[in-house]
Design a protein around this ligand. Sequence first.
Ligand code: UDP
Ligand code: MG
Length: 313
Amino acid sequence: MLTIIIPCFNEEESIPYFYREASRVLWGMGCSYELIFVDDGSTDRTLTLLKELAASDCHVRFLSFSKNFGKESAMYAGFCNASGDYVAVMDVDMQDPPSLLPQMLDILENQPYDCVGTRRTDREGEPVIRSWFAHRFYRLINKISDVNIVDGARDFRLMKRPMVDAVVATGEYNRFSKGIFGWIGFQTYWLSYENTERVAGRTKWNFWKLFKYAIDGILNFSQIPLSISSWFGIFMTFFAALMMMFIIIRKALFGDPVNGWASLICVIIFIGGIQLFCIGIMGQYIAKIYLETKKRPHYIIAESNLEDTKIIR
Ligand code: UDP
Ligand code: MG
């Protein structure tokens, strides 16, 4: 049994394309399957469409959130409610081609891997500056955290049941799936394919959202930013000691004419800036702890056609 999880947020235009193509491929594979569409609080006709599909096709399940919880929560809801032995996550915009599924399943069935991940070989059609930042982000996070996150990896992956259970078990509130997949381990086979543009609709991500998502990823999987403040502190202390010696010697040799007022102000502002920066970093982590300790649910399902749905988790 194969479960496909499809997060959808205002995707009324893409859903028909995806449904047609995915059904065609899955029929061809000849295994039993379910399509779990997760409506992430859409405000367009997404839910109506999903209900129509569910009424006409018994393979279609849908979970509809009470509001927009984000793609991470939508994927998590899918994992919590998936019953397949193999589980895949796919975008509905056809950027994750369903035609790769047979090959992915074949790899898992015949080779000793627990998961087939996909990565795009290029970032065609994407703004240059965004690609540049993306590459820098992957370089940075791989340097400063102990999880390995593959550059260009997409969320599109097919996993075996033990890995899915592991993902469900990592119940952290601040979810960064690329990091979680890396952290839980298992043998992953990487399949490369060329980037394709979405069939219809618009991307839900702008540069600022992606930037915040990247910062979240770093904060969730690295403690290095916290130690930056310690390093600043040590460096400043040494620097101050050197300055002190310099001033004492100068006083002994030349007396003490009062000057250097401007440089003093510069130093005070500089140190003030660094202190605020470091407090800011600490604040970011504290904010994460705060959210985590509230233990709010990851998602709330308002409507669904799955029996035995895990409504809140
Ligand atoms: N998505 C979602 N909730 C959100 C934003 C996006 O479920 O808050 C879904 C969206 O419907 C799509 C997938 O996540 O199926 C990827 O979104 P998108 O194509 O906008 O991202 P991109 O491919 O541009 O990174
Ligand atoms: Mg997309």
